[in-house]
Ligand binder design. Structure first.
Ligand SMILES: NC(=O)c1ccc[n+]([C@@H]2O[C@H](COP(=O)([O-])OP(=O)(O)OC[C@H]3O[C@@H](n4cnc5c(N)ncnc54)[C@H](O)[C@@H]3O)[C@@H](O)[C@H]2O)c1
Length: 385
């Protein structure tokens, strides 16, 4: 093994995403398997440096997982050449400032989404990274959900004929925090702290739609705050100032119409927490996190609307489950492996800061649409991929 370990500064590892998905399920799983396999057949091992604000929390995680390096001093970490990659899983509002410091220090950067709170800042990050010549990547985990991988396989096989429309339902009830603790952090519900379902979910919808169906050309959205008061982690009531539901219509390149509801104030009467129905001239599919079922046109029933006669047909029974066929790995880990290859041997990684900026642009356009009541066009190539 001639390849030295890749040092990765991991900022925000005490958080939900930082700890579980990025540290446990990705970097430690990669370390456990002996590193990332390169095209040469060699492996590059990863070495994390945990960074955060609370020494005790970092030390506890480091000891629990046999990690040698942790610090509360981000600048010292960035100044140390042993750590080539900076990774950010902090609350969104803390991200831009930290990434700017990492770029200035010449580090390659990988980050959670959204890359910034505003499109202007997201584009600035993309420009700064390009000017500094540092590699940059942003999470695009939804593309790795087993259900969406099956959907991609259907699209690639031509199953749908011409895709006509996409209807997405994402959401579940997030407890208000009073009589039952909330299952998401309270900052998600405060606009002033970078919260809101539009800034949280529209960046995901952007790369999902773009990758599977076509570039988003316009959006109409109604964002609203259904639950206006919640109780935080310390049991204190607070005003929920951020949107907790968004009802969006997206027009895509090529004429596909996508409609996606995103809500933290809806009770689940679906098989999965997210489901996309795709209707095409030759067939339809309903894809969730894990499952995906299809109905080809040759097996499509002919319903007749008649309010006088109860409908005995079991419509659900007419769908076919798409098999898994191949084992699916954790998406966050697969993305990390791609990014490590991108850093070490220049492997492909199209989900860069420009892609992240397009996601932030869609969120900003969605909020603008909601504010003005107008459909907002999204200019192509801003910034160009
Ligand atoms: N890809 C996904 O599916 C997905 C899902 C949820 C969240 N996220 C994104 O991941 C990021 C983290 O979200 P989370 O749910 O893990 O949040 P979290 O609140 O659980 O964790 C946030 C982390 O940031 C740190 N932090 C909190 N306030 C800070 C501050 N003022 N300055 C610096 N650091 C601070 C915390 O200590 C913690 O380590 C967000 O940007 C969010 O948009 C992505």
């Amino acid at each position: 093994m001639g390849t030295a370990p890749l040092g990765i500064v991991m900022n925000g590892v005490t958080g939900r995403m930082g700890y579980r998905q990025h540290l446990l399920r990705s970097i430690l799983a990669i370390r456990e398997q002996g590193g990332v396999l390169l095209s040469t057949g060699e492996r590059v091992q990863v070495r994390p440096l945990l960074v955060g604000r609370r020494a005790a929390a970092l030390q506890e995680i480091a000891e629990r997982h046999d990690i040698e390096d942790w610090t509360t001093d981000l600048d010292a970490a960035l100044a140390d050449e042993r750590w080539r990659v900076y990774a950010d899983f902090q609350v969104t509002s803390a991200r831009v400032a930290a990434i700017k410091r990492a770029i200035a220090a010449g580090r390659d950067v990988y980050t959670e989404k959204p890359t910034a709170e505003t499109h202007a800042e997201a584009v600035e990050l993309a420009e700064l990274a390009a000017a500094a010549g540092v590699k940059n990547g942003v999470v695009h985990d939804k593309l790795f959900l087993p259900g969406l991988l099956k959907l991609k396989r259907l699209l690639d096989s031509g199953f749908f004929g011409q895709v006509l429309s996409v209807r997405g339902e994402f959401g579940y009830w997030v407890f208000e925090g009073g009589w039952q603790p909330a299952q998401r952090p309270s900052w998600n519900y405060r606009a002033e702290d970078g919260g809101g379902i539009v800034v949280d979910m529209f960046p995901h919808w952007n790369y999902v739609l773009e990758d599977l169906f076509g570039r988003v050309e316009s959006v109409y959205a109604k964002a609203t705050t259904h639950i206006t008061s919640r109780v935080d982690e310390r049991g204190e009531p607070y005003a929920a100032t951020a949107d907790d539901a968004a009802y969006g219509v997206f027009e895509l390149e090529g004429g596909v119409v996508a409609q996606i509801n995103s809500s933290w104030a809806v009770r689940v009467d679906r098989d999965e927490l997210v489901e996309f129905q795709v209707d095409g001239t030759h067939g339809s599919a309903v894809a969730g996190l894990f499952g995906c079922r299809i109905q080809p046109r040759n097996a499509t029933p002919k319903p007749v609307w008649n309010p006088d006669v109860p409908d005995a047909r079991d419509y659900r029974a007419g769908w076919l489950e798409v098999p898994d066929n191949d084992p699916v790995e954790n998406g966050f880990k697969v993305q990390w492996e791609q990014f490590v290859r991108h850093v070490v041997e220049d492997g492909p990684h199209p989900y860069d800061f420009a892609s992240g900026a397009r996601g932030v642009r869609l969120a900003e356009a969605g909020l603008e649409s909601s504010r003005t009541g107008r459909r907002v066009s999204i200019e192509a190539g801003v910034p160009a991929r």
